[in-house]
Design a protein around this ligand. Sequence first.
Ligand SMILES: [Zn+2]
Length: 144
Amino acid sequence: MSVEVGARPDKVGVSRRCVHVHASGKSCGGFAIAGSAFCFAHDPGSVGKRDAARRRGGQARRVVTLAESNVAVRSLGDVVALVETTINDVRAGRVDVRVANAVGVLANVAIRAIERSDLEARLAVLEAVLEPDRARTVAQRRRA
Ligand SMILES: [Zn+2]
């Protein structure tokens, strides 16, 4: 009697692998459940339990989000307000932590974009004052 390396032997020392063979011809390789020659995924008697487990998994993965709402994120003040609201929503359990994390990442993207936009606007003003001819040319090039 031999035992496969890495296989979990049952009480009599025989590895109990699922006997299901995939369409590709490859064996399942999963451990057979007690009283069956199949693993949980392939046991014909476990259909109801599998469906219930799938439903539970789906419910556990469901992300809690707020009702559809559009929030302006055009200024640093907007971003601070969004982050503040999100912090309070996640603390109160109204928003999933994963949503809050995504909001945090996107808030950082928004902050960088707002800062860059502000810098470009200030630079354009400075260029217009210091080099009016050049600023006009750059502005014309941007419009083209
Ligand atoms: Zn199997």
